[in-house]
Design a protein around this ligand. Sequence first.
Ligand code: ASP
Length: 600
Amino acid sequence: MADLLGSLSRTHTCGALRPSDVGARAVLLGWVHRVRDLGGLLFLDVRDRHGITQVMVPSDSPVMAEAKKLRSEYVVAVIGPVRRRDADTVNPKLETGEVEVVAHEIRLLNEARTPPFSIADDSTVSEDVRLRYRYLDLRRPRLQANLGLRHRVTMAVRKYFDAHGFWEIETPILGKSTPEGARDYLVPSRVHPGAFFALPQSPQLFKQILMVAGTDRYFQIVKCFRDEDLRADRQPEFTQVDVEISFAHVDLVFGLIEPLIVEVFKEIGVHVPTPFRRMPYAEAMARYGSDKPDLRFGLEIADVSHVWADAAFNAFRRIVADGGVVRALVVPGGGRFSRSELDALVEQARQLGAVGIMWARTVDGAVNTNVKAAGEDTLQASMAAAGCGAQDLILLAGGKADEASRLLGAFRLSLAKKENLIPADRYEFAWVVDFPMFDWDGGDKRWVAMHHPFTAPHDEDRELLDGDPSTARAKAYDLVLNGSEIAGGSIRIHDPAMQRRVFQLLNISDEDARLRFGFFVDALQYGTPPHGGIALGLDRLVAILAGEGSIREVIAFPKTAAAVDLMTGAPSSVDPRQLEELKLRLTPPPPAAPGPGPGV
Ligand code: ASP
């Protein structure tokens, strides 16, 4: 039987005691982090969210018998005076390391089964086990620190927006499908059999309607849901800091978001200089092969098309003649790569969907390459044009501009990692701007919105919608940090005629538009102010701040990459009666629920 807490209250957290508290009576409430039974003396480390305090049980103590019962993760109350530790036992790693509590009373408030992994050691445990016993995983100091950081970041966000005249307004979770482009999570309606709610992919239309409603400045820290296929480090539900601003233009949005980022980074003691650089999408693609360039290192892609325009090598000459490009990536010092390392690069290119990749370097004063037919002179001219020195390696890709750059962009990242060119502790921000309005979907043979269908075209590109839509730029922007997109948004269309035009271009018929977004198109007609906004990915942002590679490390109860909650076993099959009430019949019979297996 456990002892009772009774009316005992803590006097100090386990992270609070300092030499100035010596002599005070302390009541600590927490978990047994470690027990060190020295035969005579016994030491206990007691832990709570705030830290760890050493408790000393003297050999002749009347509570020794009680202390000897304690095991890791038992829940205890310890009462006794604070004393200064002997100089040689001070622990500089603990904030409370100069003092200890002498146990006069110990109450065992609860026992604990032996945990499947140690909370005290930061030993490596498989992620499945960690997720299954998430409550134990969360007790570990690293995840406690991450949750604490996440809390401070959300508080900083709320304080910032409040100070700038924003209202936090909740929008529905049970809603109508929002067109963010991913698959919706659907919720069947019992009251209206056959009808479904969709969980929001984002509150996009609601926040725009809030601008029509005159709320002027809105923000919300909000869960969004996208039923996407497995991709590493995506979550089916994730958190956005969602923002919308009336009478917004690009400079106004950037001017409000940059100081927010400055505030948030103060939480980890990092000063972020503003304004952030701005880079047109076309430049990001050409120089870095990505619309979210990692700017912590160079390795820029060079265009060497001119070198190949009259080359003897047919393949690249033809590509250039047909309006394509030849682009190059120089790997400093890459001339030393072994033949198997070079073969691996070619294989990597195939994995990325290319036919291969051309490489060249200088060996004993002559060009060494995997494509001899490319011709020594042209290769040498390419190396000179791209700045490839005698010790370096050049990679060459030919094709459509974005395709060639994307391929080299992927190599840029993997080779920077391989060559250790990415400095840690650097934060390189950039706004990527001037995205194209549309992307051509070759499969479906239609335009799709690059951001979403409510994004306004550039003022000077409006005419292009009737000419060549592929060249029209959008007032869309992404905020990129160290190669991750941490925010994205746009200035919206506020003119119903323009909205109709964009729907038409996207092949959304009037009828379709009425069915899907009729409420929104209606609202647009009642005096919509010019407006725009942005959404920041909170999980990714906190993961970067915490120095974590995966967003799962900063989410209290994340799902696996296979969209399963290993702790609760969701998703799971449901009682046939529930299906009956919803007038749903499963066909074919449900596969086994992907819940946690039988024991870990
Ligand atoms: N709703 C958009 C998204 O979730 C962001 C925005 O345009 O504000 O990506």
